[in-house]
Write a protein that binds this ligand. Structure first.
Ligand code: URP
Ligand code: ZN
Ligand code: ZN
Length: 474
């Protein structure tokens, strides 16, 4: 066979094995691993490098409507470019249903924004903000059939939160259709109570974002979400978990035999609430929900990654520019933390942070890195075995890592549309240098060579969690 591309002499890692092998790629897929790969149109020498499945970031917000006068910093072009440069080949942004409007309408607009713009493959989760009879009875079941097999519901944010009854009704659609529900766990009433107290005391600086969303608010909601999922009898993903008490809710549910997946994110390993204390409102750069906690919670999250409490490590990339009246420093947000848009950028730094701080420190091994950042995402969200692994027949989505490069994070060298990185100055060792998407070299030796539009939309099958084998939970 004449291969389109071969990758020679690398150390290949999957979620289960690390081995030396050459890889032959033909027509966008991995056609051969090992053996005679001499006849090739193009060759990459990966000596001394790791050859990993391209990262899949299953929690990303791009061009999402974020309130009057607020504009997200990334569109599909900049968001996927940044993801690609950070070693990702697929991202999963959220398509938000606007209240009172059909989900199909939001999807049509979202597809139009993504069409022809992407540097990585993309697949959409849905956000259900208005579970009307029509949405629950007709729209959602039809959308699951069409490959939108996961939806997120919120227990917080005034205009997004669902009641327990609405969450149960949405979970029931998931039960009947085989979709997967993701929950943002924070108790909105408790937050509102604390905001009232803070405002009465004139305590309105960014740091109040953290103290109005304490661990108890997240722990209670996590307990409620796993209980509601138990009542509805559905598997569940608890997204962006920040602390041990919420992890314990997940572990307790698992001991009862529930299929509950936990996700954590770089901000809960690398940041603390002290970052929100910044001078001159700089703390706004770190406002996200749940907020970063303390060093004890960081250690807890590392422990969760090591012990398997977490099966997903995603970025929750949700970028707003800082010095911008349409971003963090919007006219109201510059005066009161309550109006600072929630979310921070991180799609490009997710993988280097976990590689440098997790793999090179010996906290996790290379196979666990691959599982947490690509394979589990593919299995949990219905892209496996086409994506998330290196195997014959899989899409040739590959990131080649140089484990010896040390670089400081500098926003000026990143590729997103924000104007800062929350990790500015962080020294990281190990960076992706070459990225292949569907057999096409998109990043070569750190330089972007692919084209906008090379990435495509991918519909998904149902989660592997539903087929009884629970590959992730073991
Ligand atoms: O603050 C955050 N995490 N913003 C993104 C939206 C969400 O809740 O995931
Ligand atoms: Zn959320
Ligand atoms: Zn999010």
């Amino acid at each position: 066979m004449r291969f389109d591309l071969v990758i020679l002499n690398g150390t290949v890692a999957t979620a289960s094995d690390v081995f030396s092998a050459d890889i032959g790629i033909k027509d966008g897929v991995i056609a051969q691993i090992g053996g005679d790969l001499a006849d090739a149109a193009e060759t990459i020498d990966a000596s001394g490098k790791y050859v990993l499945p391209g990262g899949i970031d299953s929690h990303v917000h791009i061009a999402q409507p974020s309130g009057e006068g607020i504009v997200m910093a990334d569109d599909f072009e900049s968001g996927t470019r940044s993801a690609l440069m950070g070693g990702n080949t697929t991202i999963m942004p959220f398509c938000l249903q606007e209240k009172g409007r059909p989900l199909r309408e939001a999807l049509k607009a979202y597809h139009a924004l993504a069409e022809g713009q992407c540097y990585t493959d993309v697949s959409f989760h849905l956000i259900v903000s208005d579970p009307s009879d029509a949405v629950l009875g007709q729209e959602l079941p039809a959308l699951v059939e069409d490959g939108y097999t996961s939806f997120k519901v919120f227990m917080t944010y005034e205009d997004l939160r669902l009641s327990d009854g609405q969450i149960l009704a949405t979970m029931d659609v998931a039960r009947r259709t085989g979709a997967l529900v993701m929950v943002h766990c924070e108790n909105e009433d408790a937050i509102r109570y604390l905001i009232g107290r803070h405002e009465a005391e004139g305590n309105v600086a960014p740091t109040a974002h953290a103290s109005t969303r304490p661990i108890a608010v997240e722990r209670e909601a996590t307990h409620r979400a796993v209980s509601l999922a138990e009542v509805a009898d559905v598997p569940l993903v608890i997204v962006h978990v920040s602390n041990r008490e919420s992890m314990e809710e997940i572990e307790r549910a698992r001991k009862r035999g529930r299929k509950v997946i936990g996700e954590t994110c770089p901000q809960y390993l690398m940041l603390t609430s002290a970052d929100l204390d910044g001078m001159d409102w700089e703390g706004a750069k770190f406002v996200c929900s749940p907020p970063p906690r303390d060093v004890t919670s960081q250690e807890a999250c590392w422990d969760g990654l090591e012990r398997g409490v977490f099966d997903l490590f995603s970025s929750d990339h949700c970028p707003f520019r800082y010095d911008d009246t349409a971003g963090k420093l919007n006219p109201k947000g510059a005066k009161n933390f309550r109006h600072i848009p929630n979310g921070i950028p991180g799609v490009e730094t997710r993988l280097p942070i976990l590689f440098s701080e997790g793999v090179l420190t010996g906290r996790i091994d290379l196979s666990r890195f691959v599982a947490l950042t690509a394979t589990n995402q593919a299995k949990i969200y219905g892209l496996y075995p086409r994506k998330g692994t290196i195997a014959v027949g899989a899409d040739a989505d590959i990131a080649i890592w140089n484990p010896g490069i040390t670089r400081c994070v500098r926003h000026a060298e990143l590729h997103d549309g924000a104007d800062y990185s929350p990790y500015e100055g962080l020294e990281l060792t190990g960076w992706p240098i070459t990225v292949v998407l569907g057999g096409k070299v998109m990043v070569r030796d750190g330089k972007l060579v692919g084209k906008r539009g090379d990435g495509r939309y991918r519909s998904r099958s149902r989660s592997a969690l539903l087929d009884g084998r629970s590959p992730v939970l073991g």
